[in-house]
Design a protein. Structure first.
Length: 301
């Protein structure tokens, strides 16, 4: 038995919806007689009667009801898939809203923005920086950026870049005054520049080596939620600072900062772009996901 033509199924759904061949034919832009013949041919190929026909009414048989229940969602998926391909072919458009913590924006997302928007000039990107976790669905965001341990299980996640690591740094005068700590416990009592989150929390500094994890509560004269202020305070000699390596690499290379405890700063997976699990994401989000995969591949190859 040859499979039904897609147009046959669309014709069947039209008749089932209207319960009238003339109205269904008008919708399909064909004659009522040709539509009736198409349905008879479909029934013959399937070997099952789908419709009860009288001179006054049209109703579904049990087989017709079953086919309708299965066909409508299946054709909806086909239509969505075709619409997605059409959108990609014609160029993705619309607004794309992403929520991300400032460190991920500074180190990973920021370099992507201009290349992405130049490729897709009809997309408007809104990037909202928030350190605290948010419900992206309730907040009206298409996607968010977080690290793996903060993701809900029902989210689809895409790596944004290669692994990252922290770097513990201090200005040369601080090293001269306090020496080079040999292990994390040596930091206790030493002056530190402390990152304070918007909600007031100060997270412990975490170090790992050979499967061993050590956490230190940093203390010092200065704390802030502003990266520029934290970095400037470190350069000015107010203490040790634990930072993403990307933030301080230029100052390390220039000799303005000295890295210490490098063997206690192991790599960890970088941030992830995540979005709700659903069959067909909006074209603008799909375009960004594809762009992210391409961007990441070019950086780690």
């Amino acid at each position: 038995m040859s499979p039904p033509d897609l147009r046959d199924l669309q014709a069947f759904i039209a008749v089932a919806r209207h319960r009238n061949f003339r109205r269904a034919a008008a919708e399909q832009q064909v004659s009522a007689s040709s539509l009736s013949q198409r349905l008879r041919d479909l029934e013959e190929r399937l070997g099952a009667r789908l419709l009860h026909r009288t001179t006054r009414s049209v109703s579904l048989t049990e087989a017709g009801e079953r086919l309708l229940d299965r066909t409508i969602p299946a054709l909806a998926e086909v239509t969505e898939a075709l619409d997605e391909l059409r959108g990609l072919r014609e160029g993705a458009a619309g607004r794309l809203r992403i929520n991300a913590p400032p460190p991920a924006i500074d180190s990973v997302l920021a370099p992507m923005i201009a290349p992405f928007l130049k490729r897709y000039p009809n997309i408007e990107l809104e990037l909202v920086a928030e350190a605290v976790r948010v419900d992206i669905v309730a907040g009206g965001f298409d996607a968010g950026v977080r690290y793996e341990e903060h993701l809900a299980q029902d989210m689809i996640a895409v790596p944004l870049g290669p692994p990252q690591c922290y770097s513990l740094v201090a200005a040369p005068p601080v090293i001269e005054t306090y020496g080079v700590p040999k292990e994390p416990a040596n930091l206790v009592g030493l002056p530190c520049v402390v990152h304070r989150f918007d909600n007031g929390n100060v997270l412990p500094w975490e170090f790992e080596k050979n499967g061993r994890t050590v956490r230190i509560a940093p203390t010092g004269q200065f704390r802030s939620n502003n990266l520029a202020a934290l970095l400037q305070a470190t350069l000015d000699g107010l203490g040790f600072f634990l930072s993403f390596e990307d933030w301080v690499r230029a100052d390390i290379e220039a000799g303005r900062l000295v890295p210490v405890l490098k063997d206690w700063c192991e790599e960890f997976p970088g941030p992830l772009l995540y979005y709700p699990s659903r069959r067909q994401p909006p074209p603008a989000l799909r375009a960004f996901v594809d762009f992210v995969r391409e961007w990441r591949a070019s950086r780690i190859s």
